[in-house]
Every structure is written in C-alpha cells, then in structure tokens.
Ligand binder design. Sequence first.
Ligand SMILES: Nc1ncnc2c1ncn2[C@@H]1O[C@H](COP(=O)(O)OP(=O)(O)OP(=O)(O)O)[C@@H](O)[C@H]1O
Ligand SMILES: [Mg+2]
Length: 262
Amino acid sequence: MIRGEQLSKVFGEVQAVRPLDIHIPPRAVTAIMGGSGSGKTTLLRLLAGLERPTTGHVWFAGEDLTAISERRLFALREQMGMVFQYSALLNSLNVYDNVAFPLHEHTDLPERVIRRMVAMKLEQVGLRGFEHLMPSELSGGMAKRVAFARAMAMDPAVVFFDEPTSGLDPISAGVITELIRDTADTVQMTAVVVTHDVAAGLAIADHVILMWQGEVIARGTPAEIRASDDARVRQFIEGRPDGPIPFSRSTTPYAQSLLEEA
Ligand SMILES: Nc1ncnc2c1ncn2[C@@H]1O[C@H](COP(=O)(O)OP(=O)(O)OP(=O)(O)O)[C@@H](O)[C@H]1O
Ligand SMILES: [Mg+2]
C-alpha cells in the first residue's frame, strides 16, 4: 500500500529520520511508536506526502510521491485522510462545515449529497446532531472525533493519525482507540497511527514500528514487540526512566507542552 525506501529527513542540524525502509500493509492498523522527538510525526508526514524527504522515495499505490507533480499529489491526497497531532479543526467553521470541508474542496457534489455524507460520518463517530456546534464548544475528545469524521469524509484508502489520544482522559482515549479499530475492521481501511501511548498502540495495532532517534529499532506484531528482549524496547514498553534511552528534555513543542502539563 505505502512503502518508504531509504527515507530520511534532515532539518538543519537535526537528523529527524535516518535512512529507513518501511512498509505499511493494506487493510491493517500500523502503529508508529516511540518517545518524544524520535521522528514519528516527521515519518508520518513523509509517508503522507506532506514533507519532502532529504533522501529516498515514498511509493503510494504504485506512484512515487517524491517524483510526481504538485497537481498529481493533490489528486492522490484525496485518497488519504489525516488527523493531525493538534486536532486542527477550522475554528471559524462549525462541525458540519469542518467535516464537509474536504468534500467542498475536492468535489462538485451538490450540497444535499454532501449533507447526507456528513451526516453518515458524524453518525459513525457518534456525533450526529452536533452539526451546529463550533470547535470552541467541543470537548477534546469530541474535537478528535470531528477530526476523524473529516478525515473519513472522502472515504480515503488510508488514514493517518498523529497522537489521536493525546491530551484526552482515559475514557475519551478509549473511545477514540475503539473507533479507529472498529472502523479499520468494518471498512477495511489502512490506518497509520502515531502514538507515544504504549498501551493504546499495542492495543490498536496489527503491526508496530518502534522508533528511537530517527531509527526503527523494532517492528512486528504487538505480541512480538511485547516479547522483545531488546533493552531499548523493554524500557519503552515498561515506561522506565532508567535504561539505554536517556531521559532528557526534548526540543519538540509537543514534548514541552507535555512536560509543562506534568
Ligand atoms: N519543521 C521542523 N523544523 C526543524 N526541526 C524539526 C521540524 N520538525 C521536527 N523537527 C525535529 O525533528 C525531530 C523529530 O521530531 P518529530 O516531531 O518527528 O518527533 P515526534 O516523535 O513526533 O515527537 P513528539 O512525540 O514530541 O510529537 C525533533 O528533534 C524535532 O525537533
Ligand atoms: Mg509528533
């Protein structure tokens, strides 16, 4: 479905993603896990064609995203849904217009058809009847669900999620996790979920990719990852501060916000 080949990304002095090969299997949930600053978001953005790699190629449905025109990329992106790390609803638009946004942007469908499609997506995420609320009136969990409904609006072949449960209470996080899993099972979607939440990642995924300092240090099924005897993998899944992975202040804004909250 999606394949990265010798994919890397350098930002100035920072090697965010070191050259790696990666395969995202179709009709399955792949979790990309790792600590703050390990390169998860960057890898996700490379796979979704939102970022140009420093080296390497990204193959999506047989086309190299790094070699095609902007126009072709825009067309291919109709087949990809994205739920960003910072929810990213359009604050001036209500729930209905947020979910309808990709349909208005990418299609010429009449409004009555769009209205039905939006209602269906909101039904799927349990938010039917909330069309008129503004983003500022939503809880964090509801906002994530609206973002999910919007990502699903075009019935994409693949949906990318960046930290879908971060900042949510355990119950709302559970709702989102189950929603992703159920949707993957019922509509056979391909999902790529970036998360530092070990429990959520292992619970949701068919396939896990574990990153550290821009490298893939483990991959396999959740059972294989749980059974790993690699010291870095064990430290990560057990959440211990002591071990080969040093605990230091990360430079990412997201990590900073977590530290400030803690
Ligand atoms: N646009 C950018 N410009 C400069 N440096 C960046 C940029 N994006 C990411 N980086 C750096 O690349 C590294 C990897 O960042 P990335 O956001 O991919 O990590 P992450 O695993 O998603 O972290 P988090 O869990 O905190 O979201 C970090 O050192 C980060 O500071
Ligand atoms: Mg990130």
